[in-house]
Design a protein around this ligand. Structure first.
Ligand code: DAH
Length: 357
């Protein structure tokens, strides 16, 4: 047999072995057997010395060509095997997301109705173009009252049953915020109009009976722009209530009222049809056009900017929507209550799926 036919046989044997390699390990063995230091192709190179000088060049070239083709074949097979291995993994690693949650903390745990309602409202207002603003629970007297047009000695300070901290040396004192309205001030002081924010959070008043707890939750909304009017306020409230109570129509009535930080001011009632009790009216919060003094206190010119604001009790909204009778139970940390009224982690509120998830 000539050197050339030897080489041809060797090459075709190696190519067959490459094709036959069933996995990446087997292929690596073939590679070592062919191209490794002591591999069959490398050994051919060592024969060069024993050849006649005129044969050397041609034989050397042939061996190199074999080497190139073997290398290419190895790479090709490697890519195929890798693909097969990936397909296999993908097939064995699928997760069936329609399976029920496994028993355990994830299935057992419940989202508190207050958290659920906050998420629902954030979702609804996001759809209307509002972002979420925050402020601290411990607030300055100035932001909680004074900048909201409630000066010292103003009678409405008494209505709030405030938890005060001890005043510091210069007489200024901190309070547990009595409403979410100071977030209006914080927002206007740091953000230029147009403003569209909601601010959900905890508020505190020294008050306790079946419908009052010393800590409860409110959601504030604030819109400031150059041509904002009561019609916008009404529309936003109606759209919010329709989405929140998941009904096509909602009756709403505005009762003239008084808040120092709005003028005019109104209390918002909704027709209880929305919660399946036709004929009654339910109060859900207060609202109005932002008082010019409040705008001025935040450095905005009331001749250029107007806006509206409203504040609602989140706990109350949750009680109405989900038929929960006693406010105090919200904060009783009773797991049986939470199991009954709470929400599964998978009940994510979305606009398209209904706000309650
Ligand atoms: N801060 C008021 C309260 O706690 C509620 C309220 C009334 C908020 C009117 C507003 C508003 O933004 O415009 O009783």
């Amino acid at each position: 047999m000539t050197e050339t036919s030897d080489l041809e046989t060797l090459e075709s044997d190696i190519l067959k072995a490459i094709d036959a390699a069933g996995d990446l390990n087997a292929l690596e063995e073939v590679r070592i057997g062919a191209l490794g230091k002591k591999g069959m192709v490398s050994k051919q190179m060592q024969r060069l010395g024993s050849l006649a000088p005129d044969e050397r060049k041609a034989f050397g070239q042939s061996v190199n060509q074999v080497k190139t083709r073997v290398t290419e074949a190895l790479e090709g097979r490697k890519a195929t095997l890798e693909e097969i291995a990936l397909e296999k993994r993908l097939a064995s690693e699928t997760a069936d997301i329609t399976l029920p949650v496994r028993p355990g903390p994830q299935a057992e745990g419940r989202i508190h109705p207050v958290s659920q309602v906050m998420d629902e409202l954030a979702e609804i207002f996001a759809d209307l173009g509002f972002s979420v603003a925050e402020g601290p629970d411990i607030e300055s007297d100035d932001y909680n009252f004074t900048k909201l047009n409630i000066p010292e000695e103003h009678p409405s300070r008494q209505d709030h049953d405030t938890f005060y901290f001890k005043p510091d040396e210069d007489g200024s004192r901190l309070v547990l915020r009595t409403h979410t309205s100071p977030v209006q001030i914080r927002t206007m002081l740091k953000q230029k109009p147009p403003i569209r924010i909601i601010a959900p959070g905890r508020v505190y008043r020294c008050d306790s009976d079946q419908t009052h707890t010393p800590m409860f939750h409110q959601i504030e909304a604030l819109v400031i722009d150059q041509e904002t009017h009561m019609g916008h306020l009404k529309w936003v409230l109606i759209e919010m209530c329709k989405a929140f109570f998941e009904v096509d129509e909602v009756k709403m009535r505005f009762r003239a009222s008084h808040f120092p930080f709005t003028e005019p001011s109104a209390e918002i009632d909704i027709g209880a049809d929305a919660i399946g009790k036709p004929g009654e009216w339910l109060e859900i919060g207060g609202c109005g056009m932002v008082h010019p003094n409040v705008l001025r206190n935040c450095g905005l010119d009331p001749d250029v900017y107007q806006g509206f604001a409203f504040g609602m009790g989140i706990d109350r909204m949750a009680m109405l929507k989900y038929g929960i009778p006693d406010l105090r139970a919200f904060f009783g940390a009773d797991l049986r209550w939470l199991k009954h009224y709470g929400f599964s982690v998978l009940d994510k509120p979305t606009i398209s799926g209904g706000s309650s998830g």
